[in-house]
Design a protein around this ligand. Structure first.
Ligand code: HEC
Length: 416
């Protein structure tokens, strides 16, 4: 029982850290993008401090003070004593995110990552596939950027888009829908942090080293960094959508449409980002059309998710729903009849393919509890929701008794 409490608390603490560091990272990255866009050529360059147009200026007001921000395109004439780097927000977002992934998806893979109807992986195999895919996925992207294809930004952008969509398809062939979406998001987020760690930061250090040695820095580092940070900029919003998707089963109800959903979300998120990139440089040039396309893409995504979900297919009379045959994973055993009866009597009116509880139209959070195999697969979640806490049934709507919870607890104490 203690370990179940630890899993819950560990998950919440890691998520807390992850969200805070991500806010700090995205906040600083949006700030610098906005700052860059609002810079204007500096008119008042003091003699000896470089010639126009290598300096740009922007004024900001915040928290009762005025800030004069000056950008030196290559480098300032003298290196300042103290230089603030913005990198730890990115590194910590990845580190906390990686541990959260391990904690939730690899340590509890039977619950969240492995769908025996897709592929009956062992927990070890599932985790190994995930980690290898993230590392290999970054390497592939890096090689793509450094290859001759990387010389053309548009070609590279289109290829990168196709690559991520293909990766989401591949993930959907091995993982649950939820696991596939989170791994697509994790791959994109890994690319973002790896861009900072392996490309942008080393380049920046080389430029500084050259300047300190009194040499002219190679402009290729600046160009590379610009390309990578542009990628990071455009994928930020889609990544956040994918990170949140695991709380919304409708988005991952049908693995077959995951690549299409991912494609639509990337289009919508990247275009919304593009709107602000352009607008912050010049309000008069705001590309309003991007909103029209983004809303259209989101609208398609909405319909696709709804129409392809098991409930939606039935409503549209598309094809009789074939519920995936429940499969028991290795090492799991069916619950005793007494337990199955309690769960069917108190939970399955909501947690079934066709819930009978008024107002509930699809199994909440995609949790099914109408068959013994499903009850076995959800054992840990049942423990968290109905034994460790009384979160389920909600407000004890179905009148579960203490004696029944004790029966569940006794069974859970014997399962892993
Ligand atoms: C009246 C309908 C109803 C009944 C009965 C019910 N649930 Fe739920 N269940 C819900 C709803 C609604 C949610 C989604 C809650 C949310 O959005 O946080 C949910 C969520 C869950 C989740 C997912 C929690 C998560 O956040 O991942 C589990 C597991 C669960 N229920 C188990 C049970 C068990 C076990 C029982 C029986 C003891 C039960 N439920 C009875 C409506 C019900």
């Amino acid at each position: 029982m203690l370990d179940a409490y630890l899993m819950e608390w560990g998950s919440q603490l890691l998520r807390w850290l992850h969200v805070i560091t991500a806010i700090a990272w995205i906040g600083s990255s949006f700030f610098f993008i906005h700052l860059d866009a609002s810079l204007r050529p500096a008119a008042d360059i003091p003699p000896g401090e470089g010639a126009a147009p290598s300096q740009f200026l922007a004024w900001q007001v915040h928290g009762g003070g005025f800030y004069e921000m000056r950008k030196y395109l290559v480098a300032p004439p003298r290196m300042p004593e103290e230089l603030t780097w913005h990198k730890w927000q990115s590194y910590w977002t990845w580190i906390s995110g990686f541990f959260l992934l391990v904690w939730v998806y690899y340590a509890q893979s039977e619950l969240y990552l492995i769908d025996p109807a897709v592929m009956a992986l062992s927990p070890f195999a599932a985790g190994a596939i995930g980690i290898v895919a993230l590392a290999g996925g970054w390497l592939f992207y890096d090689v793509m950027c450094k290859s001759p294809l990387g010389r053309n930004d548009v070609v590279l952008g289109v290829l990168g888009f196709g690559y991520v969509v293909a990766a989401s398809w591949a993930f959907a062939q091995v993982f649950s829908g939820r696991g596939a979406l989170i791994h697509t998001g994790a791959l994109m987020a890994t690319i973002m942090t790896a861009n900072v760690f392996f490309n942008i930061m080393p380049g920046q250090r080389k430029v500084i080293a050259a300047l300190t040695a009194g040499e002219k820095p190679d402009p290729k580092y600046g160009k590379q960094a610009k390309q990578r940070s542009t990628h990071n900029n455009y994928i930020t919003l889609p990544v956040l959508f994918l990170m949140l998707s695991n709380h919304y089963p409708v988005t991952y109800a049908n693995s077959a449409v995951i690549p299409a959903l991912v494609a639509l979300i990337i289009v919508a998120g990247a275009l919304i980002r593009h709107f602000y990139n352009v607008r912050h440089a010049d309000h008069a040039k705001s590309p309003w059309w991007t909103w029209a396309v983004a809303i259209l893409a989101l609208w398609f995504a909405f319909w696709l998710a709804m129409a392809s979900s098991p409930g939606g297919r039935e409503r549209l009379g598309l094809s009789p729903r074939e519920p995936a045959k429940p499969v028991l994973l290795a090492g799991m055993s069916l619950p005793p009849v007494e337990v199955a009866n309690i769960v069917s009597g108190r939970c399955a009116m909501c947690h079934a393919p066709e819930p009978s509880w008024p107002g509930i139209q699809m199994a909440p959070k995609g949790v099914f509890l109408h068959e013994p195999e499903r009850i076995a697969a959800q054992a840990r979640a049942i423990r968290t929701q109905a034994v460790m806490t009384h979160a389920m049934p909600p407000n004890n709507l179905t009148g579960m008794t203490e004696a029944e919870r004790h029966v569940l607890a006794a069974w859970l104490a014997k399962t892993r």
